[in-house]
Ligand binder design. Structure first.
Ligand code: FAD
Length: 416
């Protein structure tokens, strides 16, 4: 059987694998990417946060993405009945990007792939990893290519960026239960023919229908808008009688007083996709000769759009450390990789948990707004979750709960 040789093999051409491969290629490393599907392909993860821009810039992907004129995202709006809370990324505590994009991932991921190919990255579509054998840090990966031919790839290091495919977690039985309770989502795209002019039309919004249930509205520059419903799995299941995702999403839209006029009775661009019990974790993020990145490690929840940010943060860091390792340096993967990633994951886990308890919603909608608190929370929502100067990062495990408690006491004393 034909055996190819590379220094680094990357599994998956989503944002995580692409950032890793682009960086390694830029640094002169021989790298190959194998991708199971043919792009464009539909995948969820359409609302980005500013921290990703650091990674796309460092991977030299920013100029080509910028030229695609994706919808710019300067912040995000949260809606609860008549209450509105808008975060503006230009008004945040930490230094960093003030904006990002909201994107149809099919087009976005294709644009990245085209740019990688243009630069000479060896990216093979319709090539699925079916097995991996390790011999120390070396690995032999078996793939089936688009002609249904088996072939083998020998690599000095392996980056598993296979996202929901979770190639190594499955092969090595590394899956672990998430700390978060089971939630599911259904989404599709809609031709936004009733899109209002101006900011209202393009603003990314999260409409809270119940404390644990929310609708996402992500307008794209191509005139379509992504609409998705998220909530506890039993709630999502209760939206339709016959398991019809179309009926469920139509019903969800009717529950939104804010958006029913804009999206009610409009057809979906594709049969709505359900993602059941999407939160997942992993027992370890690295081993001899490999590292897991992006959704191959941990996926939390879509509410703060942290998924692609963790995918690119981990992809970039994994690539830098892999480069050191193949250059003969000893890398402390636990400290330099897992501990770093877990630090960010812990911050977002708290924010997500406190979102669903309702405590964070108390802070978001409290009037009058506290600009200092808002600026610090905004940094977290922008993805700057490694900035220990920010008390809303450093003391994440109690600051939200404590402030929500004070707000509730204030409300009670006003009502007494
Ligand atoms: P992916 O984007 O999944 O890419 C992995 C690639 O690996 C795929 O192209 C796949 O085809 C390929 N692959 C899989 N198996 C194999 C194999 N055996 N061989 C070769 N290739 C393989 N994130 C956000 O940032 N913003 C959001 O608004 C957002 N919304 C979300 C909503 C929901 C309901 C869910 C569940 C997630 C959401 N996410 C969001 C998370 C986001 O989808 C992921 O975090 C992100 O796509 C992860 O990127 P990745 O590169 O790790 O994986």
């Amino acid at each position: 059987m034909l055996i190819e040789n590379v220094d680094v093999l990357v599994i998956g051409a989503g944002p995580s694998g692409s950032v890793a491969a682009s960086y390694l290629h830029k640094m002169g490393v021989s790298v190959k990417v194998v991708e199971k599907t043919k792009f464009p392909r539909i995948v969820v993860g359409e609302s980005l946060i500013p921290r990703v821009m650091d990674h796309f810039a460092e991977a030299d992907l920013f100029p080509s993405l910028d030229s695609m004129e994706f919808q710019k995202k300067p912040g995000a709006r949260f809606i609860r009945g008549n209450e509105i809370c808008i975060f503006d990324f230009s008004d945040k505590f930490s230094e960093g990007w003030d904006w990002t994009w909201q994107i149809p991932r099919a087009d976005f991921d294709l644009a990245i792939a085209n740019e990688m190919i243009r630069k000479g990255v060896d990216l093979e579509f319709e090539t699925e990893v079916t097995n991996i054998e390790f011999n120390g840090t070396d690995s032999i990966t078996t793939v089936v290519d688009k002609n249904k031919q088996d072939k083998q790839i020998h690599a000095k290091f392996l980056i598993d960026a296979s996202g929901y495919g979770r190639v190594l977690p499955r092969l090595l039985k590394l899956d672990a239960a998430s700390k978060l309770s089971p939630h599911s989502a259904i989404f599709s795209h809609i031709k936004d023919v009733r899109r209002p002019d101006g900011v209202e039309g393009t603003q990314i919004s999260f409409d809270i229908l119940e404390t644990k249930v929310w609708l996402w509205v992500i307008p794209f520059s191509n005139g379509n808008t992504s609409v998705g419903i998220v909530g506890p799995t039993d709630f999502i299941e209760s939206l339709s009688t016959n398991n019809s995702t179309k009926e469920a999403l139509e019903k969800a839209i009717t529950l939104s007083d804010f958006y029913i006029k804009r999206f009610g009775n409009l057809p979906f661009e594709f049969d709505p996709i359900k993602l059941s019990n999407y939160s997942i974790s992993v027992q370890k993020m690295f081993g001899e000769g490999y590292v897991l990145t992006g959704n191959s490690t941990e996926f939390l929840d879509p509410v703060f759009s942290s998924g692609v940010c963790f995918a690119t943060e981990s992809g970039m860091l994994a690539a830098k450390l892999a480069l050191k390792q193949i250059n003969g340096e000893t890398v402390d993967w636990q400290e330099k990789y897992s501990d770093h990633m877990n630090k960010g994951i812990d911050v977002f886990t708290t924010y997500i948990q406190e979102w669903y308890t309702g405590n964070l919603q108390e802070l978001f909608f409290h009037q009058p707004e506290n600009p200092d608190v808002k600026r610090k929370i905004c940094s977290v929502l922008a993805g700057y979750v490694w900035d220990d100067e920010n008390p809303f990062v450093k003391k994440h495990d109690n600051v939200i709960r404590n402030m929500a408690h004070l707000i509730k006491m204030e409300k009670e004393s006003k009502n007494a």
